[in-house]
Design a binder for this molecule. Sequence first.
Ligand code: ZN
Length: 263
Amino acid sequence: MPELPEVETIVRGLSIVNGARIDKLEVLDPRLDLPVQEIVGKRIERIERRGKYILLHLPKDKSLIVHLRMSGRLTLARSPAEEKHTRLIVHLDRGKVYFINPRRLGTVEYSQNGFPHEIGIDPFDLEFTPQRLQEIVMPSRAPIKPLLMNQRRIAGLGNIYATEALWRGRIDPRRVGNTLTAKEVRLLHRAIVTVLQEAIDHMGTTFGEAVSDYRNASGNRGIFRNLLAVYGREGEPCRRCEKTIERIVQTGRSTYYCPKCQG
Ligand SMILES: [Zn+2]
């Protein structure tokens, strides 16, 4: 699933849409309920990421809001394999943007009035400080890993980067939020920001070759996979202490951790 670094990479790759006029909207999936007549002719003022959402801002506080969910993708150039999974084509005065959505879980909605979703703070928001993270973590009785993935608290972290941040911060993913010390929260804050930034620098994480695997807006793979310390590395040695990485399941999702470093 695309998380913050993958969505950010896609948004950066779509800067061509800034200021572009929408000349035609080709809706290829009846589940996409869009007022085509109203949208066509409008200019995209700018593209923006909020958490895992992609916003195409239109005049007068209206917007197209995309969420890629498990396997959605926005791309400027689709491959032949992606053709049958194309659910929307946005024809611009300077090119086309394709919404590829193999499992049809991704969404595109039209908002008449701002951003309608309640999401938590973005890790790249200047207000996301160690203090702010402490205010999120300290009162919680939830284990830290699912807490980090709760989009209503922090927007953009998913399974991969929550897992990686906890390894970097040397925190057991099963620890309950309110048991973390202030020092641990500071280390975790730094771990979250640095892992996300490094992943953006490497254009995100792509695992496989399938049409449902993440690609950037130009169709290229992200290369952060090679730098993952624990995610997907069950049975392999920890990169820090060589202890064997273990896998557990938390709220239905795999968590990988080092039982020594994160003990
Ligand atoms: Zn270790």
